[in-house]
Design a binder for this molecule. Structure first.
Ligand code: ADP
Ligand code: ZN
Length: 735
C-alpha cells in the first residue's frame, strides 16, 4: 500500500457509494473501521473509513483531506464491516446509511467511544437554600433544585434531567447565577458484569427438552436450529442452558427479542439463572446507556447481550451464539429507512462468524419451515407443555346465533363469570385500540374520516378525541355530524369500549387495559405487566401487545373478541398471521397447573380455517399454507422486492414507478414478474399518494441483479426529486 493511500469513506447520505478522501495532513493514516470527520458539501460529516485504495476517479486536485480522525482505535472490526457491506448489497441501501443504522446515536454524531457525561448537582449553598421562599418567587427553579437535592452529591445526568423536567435549562441558569447548583462532567459508568452471589437453579429439563439441548450442543460451529415448541413448552429453559455453556466457554451470547419481549420478567429470569448481568439494547434507553451497553459488548465486558432488532449490528468480542426468540414476530423487520430483517441477518452473521444460531417459536414462519423441509435448517420439536401444564382447549362462539353486545356475547360472558368465580384470571384480546373504530351519523350515515389519509377516524373516549391511527392527526370529538348536523354515535368496539363494557358486567373485577395508549408513560408497561403477572388484575384487556411471550401464572381464560377481519385479509400472509396471533394469545392460557380455555367469537364458524386450526393446530395451517404458496408461486417459493413511492400528486408517484417498469421491460429478465404499479392499499396517507411495484422471481440472484441496476437509475432520475421512494427486499407487508 502506498504511503498516501486514498481513503474510502462511507458518509451518511442517501447515495449508493463511498467517497474518496486523502488522509489528514498530520498523524497516522486511519484504517478501515475508524471514524473520520470529512468535508462534505458545505458542511462536515462523520464518516466511516471502509478501506484504502491506490487510485481515485476524482482528479487529484479535487480530492479533499479528512479533517480529523475521530477514533484512536478501530471501532468496527473486519467482521463488523463485512456485515455492513452485506446489508448494503442485499437491501440495496446506501452504505453510509447502513453504517449510521449500525452505530449507537452518539457515535453516529461523532461523539467519542467514551464520552464524558454532562451532570448537574446542587452545591452546598443549594443544600441550605430556603426552598419555600424560592418556590414563591421562581417555582420552576425550586422544582429543579428539589430534584437535584433528591439526587444527592452525584447529581443528575443532564439527559435524565431533560426527561424529568423538559424545560429545566432555563431554570438552571438562574440557579447557577445564585450559586445554588453547578454543572460538571464525568466519564460514563462502565458496564459491570457482576456475578450474582447465588444462581437460582431451574427446573430439571424434561425428556423433550433434554434431547433438544443435546442436539443444540452437538456443534459450536455454524448451523441454524429451529426450536419449534408449543407455547409454554419450555423453550426459554433450553436457551438458558445453551447460553450457560457458551458463557462457561468464555464466549458471548446475543439474544434477540421482539420489541415488546424485553420485559423485566425476562431480564430478571436471565440474571437469576445465569448469574450474569445482561447488557440491554432497546429503544427505551438513554443515548449514553445505549452506548455503554454497545461498548460492553464490543469490549467483551458483557457476556450476554439482550436486545431488539437493531442489536443484531452490535460488535461482539467473542461471539459464541445467537438466539432469535419468537422468530415469527414482525418487529424483527424494520419497516422504514433501511428495511432489514434482524432474523435473517442473525443467520447471515452466524454463518460468517461460524457460530450456531437458534430460532425459537411456537408459530414459525413459513420461510423458516420451508428451510427445515429442504434440510438447510434443523428443526427441533417440543411437542407438549413443560411441567404439569396442558394445552388449552379452543372453542368457537357463533356471533350470529349469540350476538355480542359491546363486544361480549352471552357464552363468553358466562365463561368469564365462571373463571373469575374459580379464582382464574381472564384475558380479552382485541387488536384494535381506542373506544370505537368508527364514528357514524345516525341520520345520514356519514362516517368521520381523516383529511390526510384514506381512513376512518377512531373514537377515543377518555381523551374525547377522534384520532387517525395512520398519521396521528387528532381533533376534538364532535357531538354532531359535520354533514347534516344530526347526532353521531360510535360504531364497533376497541379496547377502551371493551374495558367499559366488562366493567359494567363485572363491577367487582379489577380490569387492566394494556395497549399502546394505556402504556405511554415511562414505566407504565412494566407496571401493568407486573400487576398482570402477580394476579392483581382479574381481567386483562389488550391488543397484540399482550399476546407475546408473557407468562401470567394465574391466567385460565382467553377470549378472542373479534378475529374476523383476519379471515378475509388480502395479503397472501393473512392466514399465517391470523393463526400466529391466535395461537400466541391462546398460549397465555393455562400455563401452570390449572387448565386453560380459549373462546373465539366469530360470525363465520364454518370457515375451514377454524376447523384446521382447532383440529390440526398451527402445524396444519402451516402445511396447508405452504402447499398453497407453492402452487401460487408466493414466498418462500419465490422472492419478492417491493418498490414504493409516495408524492403529493398521485400521477408523480405512479410515473416514477413506471420508469422502473419500462426499464425492466427493456431488459426482459428471465423469471422476473413485475406487478404494477398500483395504488398502495391505503392510497393516501399523511397527505401523500402512495403507489407500489412488486417484483417477483424464483431466482434470487436474478432479482438482485435487476435491483442493483435499478438503484442508480432511481438515484439519477430527475423524477425522483418529486417522490419519496424505497426498495423493500423480502417485504413482509405487501398490501
Ligand atoms: P416457552 O419459552 O416455551 O414459552 P418457558 O421456558 O417460559 O416456555 O416455560 C414455561 C413455564 O414452564 C415456565 O414457568 C417454566 O419455568 C416452566 N418449565 C419449563 N421447563 C420446565 C420443566 N422441565 N419442568 C417444570 N417446569 C418447566
Ligand atoms: Zn390520517
Amino acid at each position: 500500500m502506498s504511503k498516501h493511500p486514498i481513503l474510502k469513506v462511507a458518509v451518511n447520505v442517501p447515495l449508493s457509494r463511498e467517497f474518496d478522501y486523502l488522509a489528514p495532513a498530520h498523524g497516522a493514516v486511519p484504517t478501515a473501521g475508524q471514524r473520520v470527520s470529512v468535508p462534505f458539501g458545505r458542511r462536515q460529516q462523520v464518516g466511516m473509513v471502509t478501506g484504502h485504495a491506490s487510485a481515485s476517479d476524482v482528479p487529484a486536485a479535487k480530492l479533499k483531506a479528512c479533517v480529523e480522525v475521530l477514533d484512536r482505535d478501530v471501532l468496527l472490526s473486519e467482521a463488523d464491516l463485512w456485515l455492513i457491506r452485506f446489508v448494503s448489497d442485499y437491501y440495496h441501501h446506501p452504505i453510509g446509511e447502513v453504517v449510521a443504522a449500525a452505530l449507537p446515536g452518539l457515535l453516529r454524531l461523532g461523539k467519542p467511544l467514551h464520552p464524558s457525561i454532562e451532570k448537574v448537582a446542587a452545591t452546598e449553598l443549594g443544600a441550605s437554600a430556603d426552598l419555600p421562599a424560592l418556590e414563591k418567587r421562581a417555582p420552576k427553579q425550586a422544582l429543579l433544585l428539589e430534584a437535584l437535592l433528591d439526587a444527592g452529591d452525584d447529581g443528575l445526568d443532564a439527559e435524565l434531567a431533560t426527561e424529568m423536567l423538559p424545560q429545566w435549562r432555563r431554570a438552571a441558569k438562574g440557579l447557577v447565577e445564585k450559586g445554588l447548583i453547578r454543572f460538571f462532567e464525568t466519564l460514563g459508568d462502565e458496564f459491570v458484569d457482576e456475578l450474582a452471589s447465588s444462581r437460582v437453579p431451574g427446573p430439571e429439563l424434561n425428556q423433550d427438552q433434554q434431547s433438544a439441548l443435546s442436539t443444540l450442543r452437538s456443534s459450536d460451529h455454524y448451523g441454524v436450529y429451529l426450536l419449534d415448541g408449543v407455547t409454554g413448552s419450555g423453550k426459554t429453559e433450553v436457551y438458558l442452558q445453551r447460553v450457560d455453556d457458551v458463557l462457561r466457554a468464555g464466549k458471548q451470547a446475543l439474544l434477540l427479542v421482539p420489541e415488546i419481549g424485553l420485559t423485566p420478567q425476562l431480564v430478571s429470569r436471565l440474571r437469576d439463572r445465569l448469574g450474569v448481568e445482561p447488557a440491554l439494547l432497546h429503544s427505551g434507553l438513554s443515548d449514553s446507556a445505549r452506548l455503554a451497553a454497545w461498548r460492553a459488548a464490543r469490549s467483551g465486558a458483557a457476556k450476554l447481550l439482550v436486545g431488539t432488532r437493531s442489536s443484531i449490528f452490535t460488535p461482539l468480542k467473542q461471539p459464541g451464539l445467537i438466539i432469535v426468540d419468537e422468530e415469527h414476530d414482525p418487529s424483527f423487520k424494520q419497516q422504514e429507512g433501511l428495511r432489514y430483517s434482524a432474523r435473517d441477518l442473525a443467520i447471515v452473521r452466524a454463518r460468517q462468524l461460524d457460530i450456531p444460531v437458534i430460532l425459537g417459536s411456537a408459530t414459525p414462519t413459513l420461510e423458516v419451515l420451508q428451510h427445515c423441509r429442504n434440510g438447510a435448517y434443523q428443526r427441533i420439536v417440543l411437542p407438549a407443555r413443560a411441567g404439569g401444564a396442558r394445552a388449552p382447549s379452543i372453542r368457537l362462539v357463533d356471533t350470529l346465533r349469540a350476538p355480542a353486545t359491546d363486544g361480549i356475547s352471552e357464552p363468553l360472558a358466562e365463561s368469564i363469570q365462571g373463571h373469575l368465580a374459580d379464582g382464574g384470571q381472564v384475558l380479552m384480546f382485541l387488536n384494535r385500540r381506542g373506544f370505537a373504530p368508527t364514528l357514524i351519523c345516525s341520520s345520514c350515515g356519514h362516517i368521520a374520516g381523516c383529511e390526510r389519509c384514506d381512513s376512518r377516524l377512531t373514537v377515543h373516549a377518555a381523551r374525547q378525541q377522534l384520532r387517525c391511527h395512520h398519521c396521528g392527526a387528532s381533533r376534538p370529538l364532535p357531538e354532531n355530524c359535520g354533514e347534516c348536523g344530526e347526532t353521531v354515535r360510535p360504531l364497533g368496539e376497541g379496547t377502551e369500549r371493551l374495558e367499559d363494557s366488562l366493567q359494567k358486567r363485572f363491577p367487582r373485577a379489577v380490569i387492566s387495559r394494556i395497549d399502546s395508549d394505556s402504556t405511554q408513560k415511562k414505566g407504565a408497561m412494566a407496571e401493568a405487566l407486573e400487576n398482570a403477572a402477580s394476579g392483581q388484575a382479574d381481567i386483562l384487556v389488550g391488543t397484540q401487545m399482550l399476546s407475546k411471550g408473557h407468562h401470567f401464572p394465574n391466567l385460565t381464560l382467553v377470549g378472542v373478541v373479534n378475529a374476523d377481519q383476519g379471515l378475509f385479509g388480502t395479503d397472501f400472509r393473512s392466514s399465517e398471521r391470523l393463526a400466529q396471533a391466535i395461537i400466541q394469545v391462546a398460549g397465555r392460557a393455562g400455563r401452570e397447573n390449572r387448565p386453560g380455555e380459549v373462546l373465539i367469537q366469530t360470525a363465520y364458524p364454518a370457515n375451514p380455517f377454524w376447523e384446521a386450526l382447532i383440529k390440526g393446530g398451527y402445524r396444519q395451517i402451516a402445511e396447508t399454507a405452504l402447499s398453497e404458496r407453492e402452487l401460487t408461486h408466493w414466498p418462500p417459493f419465490t422472492r419478492l422486492a417491493l418498490l414504493r413511492s409516495a408524492a403529493p400528486r398521485k400521477a408523480d408517484a405512479h410515473r416514477f414507478l413506471l420508469v422502473a417498469r419500462q426499464y425492466l421491460a427493456s431488459k426482459s429478465v428471465d423469471t422476473l414478474r413485475v406487478l404494477g404499479p398500483v395504488d398502495a392499499p391505503m392510497a393516501r396517507k399523511a397527505g401523500l399518494y402512495r403507489a407500489q411495484l412488486l417484483l417477483q422471481s424464483s431466482d434470487r440472484a436474478n432479482l438482485h441483479r435487476v435491483l442493483r441496476e435499478l438503484r442508480p437509475v432511481f438515484e439519477n432520475d430527475p423524477a425522483a426529486r418529486k417522490v419519496r421512494w424505497s426498495i423493500d427486499v423480502d417485504p413482509i407487508e405487501l398490501f
